[in-house]
Design a protein around this ligand. Structure first.
Ligand SMILES: [Zn+2]
Length: 212
């Protein structure tokens, strides 16, 4: 989910393939549904890890949506969209960090079984996206980043399943909080990358504009 949510490079996309666009729509819908399912499950099970992972699905839904919308738009428009994406990731990172810190003081042990089941569901959802996008994985950087993103998120989902096992084994919330903090750090890392690149792109766009 690191390079995932850091898909700043998709700014350079200019290809337009109907089948790819339809596939991207399906992946967007899968991500939106999983955001709702995992957020509900995370709230019900008192799992910060699930809630943080759900926000990753949310960020990806918005990001792929922007990717779709930005196809064919001028660089300055795409750079601004990427900048907003970076800012929203900062907000998500801050939320997960603060909510997890709060949990350190108000400890509540998550329901390990729900955590494991929803984690497995999230894994399956990302696997489905990876398979759908498989034939496009060698396309341009935009397509590649969406594919890599879903693939990297599968690693995060697997860690959630391990954390669920850890919660079960230790009967403590710490494995859950550990992954929530980890995810907050990854969000922040991606946000910084996106913001840096979008600021660079904005400069480039302005330069091109100024050129005769
Ligand atoms: Zn992601």
């Amino acid at each position: 989910m690191d390079s995932c949510c850091g898909h700043a490079n998709n700014l350079r996309f200019d290809g337009m393939d109907k089948r790819y666009i339809r596939t991207l729509w399906i992946v967007i819908i899968i991500n939106a549904l999983m955001f709702v399912v995992e957020m509900a499950g995370g709230t019900a099970a008192d799992s910060m890890g699930l809630q943080a992972d759900a926000l990753d699905f949310f960020a990806d839904t918005v990001t792929y949506g922007i990717t779709l919308w930005a196809i064919g738009k001028p660089l300055s428009v795409r750079a601004n969209a990427a900048f907003m994406k970076g800012i929203s990731l900062v907000v998500i990172a801050a939320y997960v960090l603060l909510a997890s810190l709060y949990r350190v003081f108000v400890l509540e042990t998550p329901v390990a079984l729900t955590m494991g089941i929803i984690g497995a569901l999230a894994f399956a959802a990302n696997l489905a996206s990876v398979l759908l996008l498989y034939r496009y994985r060698k396309g341009d950087s935009n397509i590649q980043s969406v594919w890599l993103c879903s693939r990297n998120d599968m690693i995060g989902n697997a860690v959630i399943i391990l954390a669920a096992a850890g919660v079960y084994a230790t009967a403590s919330p710490w494995p859950d909080l550990a992954i929530a903090f980890l995810l907050a750090g990854l969000f922040m890392n991606s946000a910084i990358k996106i913001l840096r690149q979008s600021i660079q792109e904005r400069k480039e766009a302005r330069h091109h504009h100024a050129a005769p």
